[in-house]
Design a protein around this ligand. Structure first.
Ligand SMILES: [Zn+2]
Length: 150
C-alpha cells in the first residue's frame, strides 16, 4: 500500500495501523467471491490444530480467534468491505443501512445478497441461525481433527 494523492504521512500511518487487523472482522475484499474472514479462520484453525498436542491453552486461543472471524461474517456482512478502515459500525448520516444494528442477533436481516443493508423483521433469527450453524461446523471439524475427548 502506498500513499495516495493528498494523503498526509500521518493519515497514511494511521490507516495502515488499522489495516493490519480489520481483515478478520470485516471482509478485506470488496467482492463477495473472496472473504478474508474465511481464509483467516482457516489459517488460525490450522495453527490451533498444530498447537494442540503441546499447548492446549494456545490451541484454544487460536481456535477462538478463528471462530470470531466466522461469526463476524453474519455480524458485519459486507459493511466496510475493502475499506482500509471499515466503519465499526455506524451508518452514514441520513442512510437506512442500519449498520448500528449489526450486532443485534435477533430482528435484523440482510436486505439482499450484497449483505450491506440491514432490514428489521420482527423476531427473525436468520443471521443468528447461520452463525450457529457455522460455529457448530467449526467445532465439529476441530474435534474431529484433534481427536478431542473430554
Ligand atoms: Zn470482530
Amino acid at each position: 500500500m502506498s500513499m495516495t494523492n493528498g494523503e498526509t504521512q500521518c493519515q497514511f500511518i494511521q490507516k495502515n495501523i488499522y489495516y493490519g487487523w480489520q481483515f478478520y472482522h470485516f471482509n478485506e475484499y470488496n467482492s463477495l467471491k473472496s472473504d478474508s474472514r474465511i481464509s483467516t479462520a482457516n489459517k488460525w484453525f490450522d495453527k490451533a490444530v498444530s498447537l494442540w498436542k503441546d499447548n492446549k491453552n494456545e490451541a484454544f486461543k487460536w481456535f477462538g480467534y478463528g471462530l470470531h472471524c466466522l461469526q463476524d461474517i453474519e455480524a458485519h456482512g459486507q459493511i466496510g468491505a475493502g475499506a482500509p478502515i471499515p466503519q465499526h459500525i455506524k451508518s452514514p448520516k441520513n442512510s437506512n443501512y442500519n449498520w448500528e444494528k449489526a450486532d443485534t442477533p435477533i430482528g435484523y436481516n440482510w436486505k439482499n445478497k450484497n449483505k450491506y443493508t440491514l432490514v428489521y423483521k420482527k423476531n427473525s433469527t436468520t443471521r443468528l441461525s447461520a452463525t450457529e450453524k457455522r460455529t457448530t461446523e467449526y467445532l465439529k471439524k476441530f474435534i474431529k481433527k484433534v481427536g478431542y475427548r473430554k
